[in-house]
Design a binder for this molecule. Structure first.
Ligand SMILES: NC(=O)C1=CN([C@@H]2O[C@H](COP(=O)(O)OP(=O)(O)OC[C@H]3O[C@@H](n4cnc5c(N)ncnc54)[C@H](O)[C@@H]3O)[C@@H](O)[C@H]2O)C=CC1
Ligand SMILES: O=C(O)CCC(=O)N[C@@H](CCC(=O)O)C(=O)O
Length: 500
């Protein structure tokens, strides 16, 4: 079953409080489960990017000077509107991404929850403080950067851009949103809700478009910062582009090649379940998903693999709105599905052995069945590519030595998430001391990070600007001051000074 939404689909950009058609090339967004066109519009041209940057610049002084409580009130109104329109937003996300609607409801829940969490984070990590020092007050305040660009990915087209937008606006920045070209409808509906919440013109601008719009916006000399969630490849391009601009702030949240090590735990079924939640949720399209699974050699490991094979081959794949709800929906596009199928073929060509072979399920759609593949031979021959496969393909590596498993787990350019399933706290402490990642879990799935915690990785996964709770840190800069109501001449002057 498919669902249509009642929201007005303008196919337009939102610049300085006005909905207007893009002036660049036309592009469409498809329902990846059916191939139907669900959104149609034109990219923002370079001239429209210019217009939007100027509008955001113009709006930024008044927005920054507005009392925090007033900005907070608009953000809370946005949260209320999101709550009121929860089902419609969940439907739009599901239709545009292919994710099952039970899952997109949780995405909308996370978007609503983000507002209160970001208010707390603003006050706790930024905000202002005053303490007494001799003859004065030491004052710490924070100022917004000014005009910031937000670039979003397609996998959480509401929640992840929202995770940059909400703290940016609360801190007093004005924002230029360039959503993923694969999910323009979600962005459009989200911005319509901000408009209804009462944001002044120019404070949040929506620039629909593909790579060219992104390039024009990222390279604009009058933006003060860029907050990006997306692929490591694009993040690296942006990092190079920002080199030589120390005055601009760049926050990069990128991908991972995340390891999960399994010990011989007592509850094998629980290990199978947490592995599936780690690797196959959102059809493997989460940056935190487990990509490499380390399983001990021997009888326990053999049994675990057999149970995992069985459970993986039973994962239900289906349409977003199927009454008998699937665990996995379609990938974002047929091209994405083809890319993962090609990655599997490449691994097989290099000598890997499929345990559950991933298959393309329906031409013209992004449906894939989940795959499990043994790549131990490739690790032994030092031939395993260090690539992020952003889909339902989990690579298995058998190990006989825990230290070697940890060494291999760290053998990646990335460092986003990592985990250990083990009944031994000592083993976890040993693992924790040696593993290199920004998220390290013990007996919990790798996915599903909380917005109330910092979120980010090391290596090629980020640039040390953690998001989620710590997003407040990159949305403003600290201003430290010493303040007194009047000037007072000190009783004791410094040696060598005479003031008459
Ligand atoms: N660490 C994190 O927090 C997260 C990371 N990701 C990563 O995102 C990726 C999937 O998202 P995608 O949408 O495919 O990422 P992507 O890198 O293709 O696109 C992200 C955004 O950058 C824009 N863009 C692309 N090329 C550009 C260029 N040369 N200059 C300026 N802008 C450009 C796109 O139009 C889009 O708005 C995965 O690698 C995943 O691991 C996804 C979610 C969270
Ligand atoms: O940003 C937050 O509020 C928390 C981080 C988060 O939601 N992470 C998700 C998905 C991240 C991704 O794939 O893009 C998770 O850990 O499942």
């Amino acid at each position: 079953m498919t669902a249509s939404t009642s929201s007005s689909n303008t196919g337009q950009c939102f610049i300085n409080g006005v909905w207007q058609a893009g002036e660049g090339s036309e592009f469409t967004s498809l329902n990846p489960a059916t191939g139907e066109v669900i959104w149609q519009g034109k990219e923002a041209s370079a001239a429209q990017v210019e217009l939007a940057v100027n509008a955001a610049r113009e709006a930024s002084v008044e927005w920054a000077m507005m009392p925090f409580a007033d900005r907070e009130a608009i953000a809370r109104r946005f949260a209320e509107l999101l709550g009121d329109n929860k089902e419609e937003m969940a439907t739009i996300i599901a239709t545009e991404t292919g994710k099952p609607v039970w899952e997109t409801r949780t995405e909308v829940g996370a978007m609503v929850g983000k507002i209160a969490i970001s208010v707390n984070a603003y006050n706790e990590r930024t905000g202002s403080r005053v303490s007494d020092v001799a003859g004065a007050r030491a004052v710490l305040r924070h100022k917004p950067h000014g005009v910031v660009a937000v670039f979003g990915p397609y996998n959480f087209p509401g929640h992840l851009p929202n995770g940059h937008i909400v703290p940016s606006l609360l801190a007093g920045n004005t924002v230029l949103l360039k959503p993923s070209e694969l999910t323009p409808h979600v962005a459009e509906f989200m911005v319509q809700l901000w408009e209804k919440a009462g944001l002044p013109a120019g404070v949040l601008n929506l620039l629909q478009g593909q790579k060219d719009t992104g390039i024009a916006l990222a390279g604009h000399d009058r933006i003060d910062g860029l907050f990006f969630t997306g692929s490591s490849r694009t993040g690296h391009i942006l990092h190079e582009q920002f080199a030589g601009h120390p005055g601009k702030i760049l926050a990069l949240e990128m991908g991972g090649n995340n390891p999960l090590i399994i010990d011989e735990v007592a509850d094998m079924k629980a290990a199978v379940h947490e592995t599936i939640q780690s690797a196959y949720i959102t059809s493997g399209q989460r940056c935190t998903c487990a990509r490499r699974l380390f399983v001990p050699v021997g009888e326990w490991g053999d049994q675990f693999i057999a149970q995992l094979q069985e459970a993986v081959s039973r994962i239900k794949v289906g349409g977003q709105f199927d009454e008998d709800a699937p665990f996995m929906g379609s990938l974002i596009s047929e091209a994405a599905a083809d890319g993962i199928a090609a990655a599997q073929d490449n691994l097989i060509g290099l000598g890997a052995s499929p345990l559950v072979k991933l298959e393309k399920l329906k031409p013209g759609t992004g449906f894939l069945s989940p795959g499990l593949i043994d790549v131990t031979a490739l690790v032994e021959a030092d031939k395993l590519p260090d690539d992020e496969y952003f889909g339902p393909l989990l690579q298995v590596i058998r190990f006989s030595d825990f230290d070697e498993a940890i060494r291999q787990a760290n053998n990646t350019q990335y460092g986003l998430s990592a985990g250990l399933f083990s009944d031994s706290e000592a083993r976890f402490n040993y693992f924790y001391d040696r593993i290199r990642a920004g998220i390290v879990n013990w007996n919990k799935q790798l996915t599903g990070a909380a917005s109330s915690a910092p979120f980010g990785g090391v290596g090629a996964s980020g640039n040390h600007r953690a998001s989620a709770y710590y997003a407040a840190d990159y949305c403003s800069y600290p201003v430290a001051g010493m303040e007194a109501d009047h000037l007072v001449l000190p009783e004791n002057l410094s040696p060598g000074l005479t003031i008459k």
